[in-house]
Design a protein around this ligand. Structure first.
Ligand code: SAM
Length: 274
């Protein structure tokens, strides 16, 4: 599929083509924790036509379908679309770019994006596209990770890199990862696109992992930007980062498991009725 040009977009696209199965195995239980609040925010119910943008393995689309909404899932990674189709046969998953949707205007009652925004080269374009494909009176909602001080899994990894490695490893420049973790920035962006009643809430989530090693492996094998950041460290730096991650993660051990707080920020808004 021809993607919009741009080094960051292409970097993200190539990355997501390679991690679909591992993402499902390692992140699925975590990102699924936001699905209920997202579906509630857009009023997903019987008869609602819902678009799941950056759908990944299709968890949210499947949950909306269980609420009897009519769903379409769109993702720019063919590996993710294949994964979603394998996991949820019978649902409508398509290749597509969040920033330029190949869908007619005014065709959905609800548009959602679970942890997609922070991977986009042009997030404003995705918000504008959500507005365009929504019917007047339709609802939009997205989630992003809370700041690393509160989304502890990110905090542990990023602080360990800052202490023992380098944040400058020559990756294509993308928008700030935690831009939309700021509720005011999310509301401002939604309002600038024409949405009204923009609001945010924090979704408390807990990530159960086995060990710090498990956390590091997850970020190295099932993510894109953070994976590249880790995998571009020198072997010596990576060794020190690993030890730091393990020590920091142990502080959250509860018996056999480690429970990391990983809250999300959920932003939602309404396309005005007229
Ligand atoms: C962190 S995963 C989230 C997947 C799923 N929504 C979930 O909640 O687990 C990010 C997803 O965004 C997709 N993605 C990133 N940029 C995209 C774009 N420009 N258009 C469509 N999908 C995109 C990736 O392929 C990946 O499946």
């Amino acid at each position: 599929m021809k993607q919009q040009p741009g080094p960051f977009h292409d970097f993200e696209h190539a990355g997501w083509e390679n991690v679909a199965e591992e993402y499902d195995r390692r992140f699925g239980e975590l990102t699924a924790q936001s699905i209920g609040p997202l579906l509630d925010a857009v009023g997903a119910a019987a008869g609602v036509q819902l678009l799941d943008v950056a759908c990944g393995p299709g968890y949210l689309a499947a949950a909306a379908s269980r609420r009897s909404s009519a769903v379409v899932g769109v993702d720019f990674s063919s590996a993710m679309v294949a994964q979603a189709t394998r996991m949820h046969p019978g649902l409508d998953f398509r290749l597509g770019n969040a920033e330029k949707l190949d869908l007619p205007g005014h065709s959905f009652d609800a548009v959602v994006m679970n942890f997609g925004m922070l991977h986009l080269a042009r997030p404003e374009s995705a918000v504008a596209e959500a507005f365009r494909v929504l019917r007047p009176g339709g609802r939009y909602a997205f989630t992003v990770w809370d700041v690393p001080e509160r989304a502890v899994g990110f905090g542990i990894i990023l602080q360990s890199i800052q202490m023992h490695g380098s944040m400058e490893v020559g990756l294509p420049t993308g928008p700030p990862f935690f831009r939309f973790s700021d509720p005011e920035e999310s509301k401002r962006t939604l309002t600038a696109a024409g949405f009204v009643n923009a609001q945010t809430l924090q979704v408390p989530q807990v990530w159960r992992i086995e060990s710090g090693e498990d956390l590091l492996t997850t970020f190295r094998t099932a993510a894109v930007r953070t994976a590249a950041l880790l995998n571009h460290q020198t072997p010596a730096a990576l060794k020190r980062i690993r030890e730091e991650v393990i020590a920091r993660a142990e502080k959250f051990r509860r018996g056999n498991a480690i429970d990391l707080p990983m809250p999300a920020v959920l932003a939602s808004a309404l396309r005005p009725a007229t």
